[in-house]
Design a protein around this ligand. Structure first.
Ligand code: GDP
Ligand code: MG
Length: 163
């Protein structure tokens, strides 16, 4: 059975980098400047023998009259409603921020199946952030590096029973 995975989280945590890695084509733009990608983006993902649809949530960073919080909420809710599973990314180097806590709140209210991943986890500088991610109360965080392709085995292990 196939499923849809939505990658959610605040700007700049590495959502598009992971999307690109899973899709294997550069369908989503990645840039050092937050805000190059727009809205929701869908791709056909492969991870080991798993085939699934992945959604990248972007478009959070454009300057509009609406608050960032409002846009994050709407976009994340749309993605969650399209998805069977949500992959909630935090930045392990930054640790858990108040914005991450807001996402936790959105995801809990939506009662989605959530997998947490602490991205940018390559190297020991990320250890504290990974430990903080346990405190979100959304289960054991995956130690991930989207850029270096590390931790994908742990992502596979969490997705496989749900597929
Ligand atoms: P998004 O806004 O959540 O989609 O984040 P992006 O995928 O655009 O990434 C934001 C920045 O984080 C870019 O400069 C990426 O190269 C960088 N980045 C993404 N994944 C990793 C990672 O695993 N480790 C490190 N050190 N940087 C990363
Ligand atoms: Mg992006």
């Amino acid at each position: 059975m196939s499923f849809t995975l939505a990658i959610v989280g605040r700007p700049n945590v590495g959502k598009s980098t992971l999307f690109n890695r899973l899709v294997g084509k550069r369908l989503a733009l990645v840039d050092d400047q937050p805000g190059v990608t727009r809205d929701l983006r869908e791709g056909a993902a492969r991870l080991g023998d798993l085939r699934f649809t992945v959604i990248d949530t972007a478009g959070l960073e454009e300057a509009t009259d609406e608050s960032l919080e409002g846009r994050m909420r709407k976009l994340t809710e749309r993605a969650v409603d399209m998805a069977d599973i949500c992959l909630f990314l935090i930045d392990a180097r930054a640790g858990v921020t108040p914005t991450d806590e807001l996402f936790t709140d959105i995801l809990r209210k939506r009662s989605a199946h959530v997998i947490v991943a602490a991205n940018k986890s390559e190297g020991s500088a990320a250890d504290a952030g990974v430990i903080e991610a346990y405190g979100l109360g959304l289960g054991e965080p995956i130690r991930l590096s989207a850029e270096h392709g590390e931790g994908l085995n742990d992502l596979y292990a969490q997705l496989m029973p749900l597929a």
